[in-house]
Design a protein around this ligand. Structure first.
Ligand SMILES: [Zn+2]
Ligand SMILES: [Zn+2]
Length: 470
């Protein structure tokens, strides 16, 4: 089965989720006998898990994890429930952050009365530093490369009998405040690339635009505080939360923002404890804590914030202040509880940063006309405060992805982790700029069998019925 270069003639790519969506990232790469899984996430919408049906009868060697976002790790409890001794590999920071996220998700599901498998046992989860190559099986090894997306995030370079397969996970190719050590791609035979912002080729260069977004956020925050208003920034626990907090803390340190009380409310506090232990982030995390007061809920972010006296006190105070609170969706928990109060304050503002899905309340709030009505649970509230979105992103600009494809000179590129328009645009622009390469971008229920040395492929339906909704 091997050619002269030692590479297996054919390899397979099976997307169990995430090929046609941002969510449920979970891909199998294999040679027909042995398989390795890349990420194992849930959908942010309904905790939906990947389609594990194609795993039946296959020898799964290990699961390799890129980073601790739920769309890349959320389904691990389900996978491990059926494959108890399966080895998991990630960077050390990703392992620690993932357990915080997974523990919280299990607790939330159980509180809602939904069934939840237990956490993956810690002893099957091994860690490797960036650049530390490790053996998975005979002729199969892997190495993590910094992805620059969030602390601990990695790209995976898989070596399969001499063939190199690069899986990007989520990448951020430009420097951000808390991250930004993206390792440029080296030569690879096949690339599996994210395409989150693939539809935005015309946007200005990412580094310039993130700096201007940060500056305008600080400027707007200053205006609100001068008018004695309050500011709520709903965030996800890892990534943008730390980024925004560091932007605010630095601005206060530099005198660009007045020193008002700042509160960090929710799960990102635990994340900061873990991230702050890493020498690369220690100083930055210390800067954040110089400025922010932490409010923790003993039973996780999803616990009833109403029950916390300190939380109620700061929520009901009318003094100018800044709240960075989870969850970023505004669905429930601290951010939603604060929003209910702030909606009614004309001088105050809710600033949205980062990704919002159309199904989330945060998206509707952002799209709303001034004075619109917002529904939370049973109540409908008039939004009197200001609402604005700032593009503070943690994903690569599509042009940077194309630059990296040129550098890696693969024979085949598979675009995943993007909405249909994003994947379509990535495909179109890449094909225009890069000639000796094949591209695929609509792979939802398709198995790809490809020849490593040429990129020639054939497609067949993926075994097993896909889950009903995505
Ligand atoms: Zn991510
Ligand atoms: Zn992702």
């Amino acid at each position: 089965m091997t050619d002269q270069a030692g590479a297996k003639k054919f390899l397979e790519f099976l997307p169990l989720g995430g090929a046609d969506e941002v969510g449920r990232s979970c891909y199998l790469v294999g040679d027909g006998e042995r398989y390795v899984m890349l990420d194992c996430g849930t959908s942010p919408k309904k905790d939906q898990i990947p389609n594990f049906e194609p795993l039946k009868g296959k020898k799964l060697l290990a699961v390799l994890i890129t980073h601790s976002h739920r769309d890349h790790i959320g389904a691990l409890p389900w996978l491990l429930e059926k494959n108890k001794n399966l080895k998991i590999f990630s960077t050390p920071l990703t392992k620690e952050l993932s357990y915080i996220i997974l523990k919280d998700a299990v607790r939330v599901r159980r509180r809602r009365g939904e069934p939840s498998p237990p956490l993956p046992p810690e002893n099957v989860w091994e860690t490797r530093e960036y650049g530390e190559a490790f053996q998975i099986d005979d002729g199969i090894s892997a190495v993590f490369r910094d992805a620059g997306h969030i602390p601990g995030s990695a790209q995976i370079v898989l070596n399969w009998d001499g063939a190199t397969i690069l899986y990007t996970g989520d990448i951020c190719t430009f420097d951000t405040r808390m991250g930004g050590n993206f390792e440029k791609w080296e030569e690879a035979d096949v690339v599996i690339s994210e395409s989150t912002y693939g539809a935005e080729f015309s946007r200005p260069d990412a580094t310039t635009s993130i700096i201007s977004a940060e500056n305008s956020l600080i400027e707007e925050m200053k205006n609100v505080l001068q008018q004695k208003g309050r500011i709520l920034i709903p965030v996800f626990a890892t990534g943008r939360a730390q980024e925004i907090m560091y932007v605010i803390a630095s601005a206060m340190r530099e005198g660009k923002l007045p020193r008002v009380p700042c509160y960090s409310i929710g799960m990102m506090n635990h994340m900061l404890d873990v991230i702050g232990k890493d020498p690369a982030y220690r100083e930055k995390v210390a800067t954040i804590w110089e400025c922010f007061t932490r409010i923790d809920f003993p039973r996780g972010v999803d616990a009833n914030p109403e029950a916390d006296e300190r939380f109620r006190k700061i929520r009901d105070s009318k003094k100018p202040s800044i709240f960075v609170a989870t969850p970023g969706t505004l669905q429930e928990g601290a951010s939603s509880n604060l929003a209910i109060k702030i909606f009614d304050e004309k001088r105050s503002a809710i600033f949205i940063v980062g990704y919002q899905d159309e199904d989330w309340p945060g998206w509707h709030l952002w799209k709303m006309e001034e004075g619109g009505k917002f529904r939370i649970g049973e109540s409908e509230l008039t939004v009197k405060c200001r609402v604005k979105k700032f593009e503070i992103r943690g994903h690569a600009h599509p042009k940077h992805i194309i630059e990296n494809i040129k550098r890696a000179r693969p024979k085949l590129v598979l675009f995943v982790h993007g909405d249909p328009k994003a994947r379509h645009q990535m495909h179109r622009y890449s094909r225009l700029e890069i000639k000796k390469c094949r591209f695929l971008s609509h792979l939802g229920e398709t198995r790809v069998r490809f020849k490593v040395r040429t990129g020639k492929y054939d497609l067949s339906p993926l075994p097993g019925a896909p889950p009903t909704e995505s």
